[in-house]
Design a protein around this ligand. Structure first.
Ligand SMILES: Cc1ncc(COP(=O)(O)O)c(C=O)c1O
Length: 373
């Protein structure tokens, strides 16, 4: 058996939409881009959705749009994809890292409060692996300290926190449509969603060369639009998002029931009455991570590590800020113990069972070796 970690979806409808754009639309800022934005805004229940060429640009532009200035600090997690922190530097600010909670891998509000000072301008929580961050506490801290909140929802399209979709809880929410995400545009792409007209307008100009009209530009902008072909694909993917997320939750539930008796692993948090995660990834924790990964891969099961190096210990962050390890112990431990096992909406019951059996076999062998000396 060969089981991939994730599986992007392409069907005839998508192929036809691509051909339609090629034959009928402008390739840049064509009709499908605006339709996709309208549909995104409707899906999230917000006034504005502005697409961009990537999630990184969505984050950078949202931060610029809230008026981030040189040396302004943004509190964020060191346990995420590097783009989370890079976007703060791209926008001219400085990332101030706050460590994570062991149970959700998300930023710990107590740590956030310790990092806020007079230079802090915003908080940038990440809904890692599709599990919502502690938004009530984060928004409370932001209100008390007059800070903005930009949500990195790049892994959490459609996740629900207390009845609301993530990305709609702060001042703006940012998404990525990279091929591995819960929905993709079959290429790079991103979006900012917001109810604030000023944020929406600034993002719109930043992504399109700073334009106010065809050859009139009032800010230094970028060429960072979503291409029309990609937008047309995004429109189709968005239609399936909720049903795919439901399927992911079903896969997660099955894994969790089959793996719950293994003492040596910690399972991801489950759905609660107020939190509906979307399991972008299904990440287990174990001290035996590297050996387990090797064993599963030998048995045809593709695994991933998200992420093996926390952001502050990336070579470039060590170089700029002098981090050397030990600063964010929970993130550092998570990076050594986390293991992503296959997760996508099309995973079959027999595949989930096979993966679970192989994980059991690994730990049974381990305890036999221990018992027999
Ligand atoms: C948490 C997180 N933030 C930001 C990004 C950046 O998105 P993109 O790759 O579209 O620039 C990603 C995706 O890779 C991500 O997973």
């Amino acid at each position: 058996m060969k089981i991939p970690l994730m599986k992007p979806f392409v069907n005839e409808e998508i192929k036809n939409a691509v051909v339609y754009v090629l034959e009928n639309e402008r390739f840049v800022l064509g009709e499908d881009v605006y339709k996709f934005e309208e549909e995104l805004a409707r899906y999230f229940g917000v006034k504005y959705a502005i697409t961009t060429s990537s999630g990184t640009h969505a984050l950078e532009f949202a931060l610029k749009a809230i008026g981030l200035k040189k040396n302004d600090k943004v509190v964020t997690t060191p346990f995420s994809f590097i783009a989370t922190a890079n976007s703060i530097l791209h926008a001219g600010g400085e990332p101030a890292f706050a460590d994570i909670r062991d149970d959700t891998f998300n930023i710990d509000p107590t740590e956030v409060s310790r990092r806020i000072d007079s230079n802090t301008k915003a908080i940038l929580p990440v809904h890692l692996y599709g599990y919502p961050a502690d938004m009530n506490k984060i928004i409370e801290l932001a209100d008390e300290n007059d800070l903005k909140v930009i949500e990195d929802a790049c892994q959490a399209h459609g996740a629900i926190y207390q009845g609301r979709k993530v990305g709609t809880l702060g001042d703006a929410g940012c998404f990525s449509f990279y091929p591995s995400k819960n929905m993709t545009v079959c290429g790079d792409g991103g979006a900012v969603i917001t109810d604030h007209e000023d944020i929406a307008e600034t993002v719109m100009r930043l992504r399109d060369c700073g334009r106010i009209s065809k050859y009139e530009h009032d800010i230094i902008g970028y060429t960072a639009r979503l291409n029309t072909i990609n937008a047309a694909i995004g429109r189709i993917q968005l239609k399936y998002l909720d049903q795919w997320n439901e399927a992911r939750r079903r896969v997660a539930k099955t894994y969790s029931s089959l793996l719950s008796d293994i003492e040596e692993i910690t399972l991801p948090p489950s759905e609660t009455s107020t939190i509906k995660p979307v399991y972008h990834l299904y990440v287990i924790r174990t001290k035996y991570r590297d050996d387990l990964k090797k064993w599963l891969e030998e048995n045809g099961i593709e695994c991933g590590i998200h992420y093996p190096i926390p952001i502050h210990l990336q070579p470039i962050y060590r170089k700029i800020y002098g981090y050397s390890g030990g600063e964010y112990p929970k993130s550092e431990r998570a990076s050594k113990e986390c293991l992503s096992i296959p997760m996508h909406p099309f995973l079959k019951d027999e595949e989930i069972k096979y993966i679970s059996e192989k994980i059991h076999e690994f730990f049974n062998k381990k305890s036999r070796v221990k018992r027999d000396g």
